[in-house]
Design a protein around this ligand. Structure first.
Ligand SMILES: [Mg+2]
Length: 279
């Protein structure tokens, strides 16, 4: 039996009463691509959502599985779009992976399949980046991918290097269509080497959401995770015990949210519609 009520065509309460629950949330953890904007262009309701959170004194943190960009590049981009954010308001899977690996294993020899921007972030955290005999191979969303990099990573993991993937996404939505993301790149290395990744970071791994909630000294039931993907955003929120909202501006359809194995609490057309229920 499904508890589904349609309050208006653009809002579906998958869990009855979820529109009331939304107002108890003090922290909103928002996905970026397909949720706040697409290819750097904010959706119509994004400004209203941002202003509503500001006006009602709620906290906003962006959590993206993106693994090829620095925090600074996000801060600059948001500033140009008219949104002033602090460093603490941006959490990316790429940088969180670098920090986690350093905390867990200390300085190691790391081969990064990635852009120069993300390599710099790995160095900044304290890793030693190498081109030969790495102890760890990290696969990211590499917009500068070459056959040479795939070849090296395949050989290194087959020789026993720890195989780490920053995020499981198979593709990243763009105006032109889906772009192959870290999960797709890692699958080539996995198939070629026969070695499965040892660690896959990013959503739906709940570590990042737990960390953000702790930083704000809140509890999961005061937190709302908003995203356009069920198998990353929504699943991560559910694993962390938060309230979850699926938006239809990216990958998933309402059908996916209603009939798939993982169900969000609430489905809204976009975050502008969601803003109308926050007071
Ligand atoms: Mg997304």
């Amino acid at each position: 039996m499904r508890n589904t009520t349609y309050t208006e065509t653009s809002v579906i309460e998958v869990m009855k009463g979820s529109l009331e629950w939304i107002n108890r949330c003090k922290l909103f953890i928002l996905d970026i691509d397909g949720t706040f904007y697409l290819s750097g262009k904010p959706f119509n309701g994004s400004k209203l959502f941002y202003e509503t959170l500001l006006k009602t004194g709620r906290k906003l943190v962006f959590l993206t599985n993106n693994s090829n960009r620095s925090i600074n590049s996000y801060l600059e981009e948001f500033r140009e779009l008219g949104f002033e954010l602090t460093r603490e308001q941006i959490v990316t899977a790429g940088i969180a992976t670098a920090e986690y690996l350093f905390e867990e294993f200390g300085p190691k020899r790391v081969y990064v399949v990635g852009t120069e921007e993300i390599k710099d972030e790995f160095r900044r955290v304290g890793h030693i980046l190498v081109e030969d005999e790495p102890e760890i191979v990290v696969v990211t969303f590499d917009l500068t991918l070459t056959y040479e990099k795939i070849k090296k990573a395949t050989i290194f993991v087959s020789r026993g290097a720890l195989f780490v993937v920053t995020n499981p996404d198979l593709n990243c939505p763009s105006i032109d269509g889906p772009l192959p993301d870290a999960g797709a790149i890692a699958s080539v290395i996995r198939k070629a080497s026969g070695v499965y990744p040892n660690i896959v970071f990013g959503k739906p791994e709940p570590k990042l959401i737990d960390m953000i909630i702790r930083r704000h000294a809140l509890s999961p039931n005061e937190t709302c995770v908003v995203g356009d993907r069920i198998y990353t955003d929504i699943l991560a929120g559910i694993r962390s015990g938060t309230f979850t909202v699926l938006v239809l501006t990216g990958e998933a359809t309402a059908e996916d949210g209603l009939h798939g194995p993982v169900k969000p609490h609430l489905i809204v057309q976009d975050i502008g519609i969601l803003a109308k229920f926050i007071s």
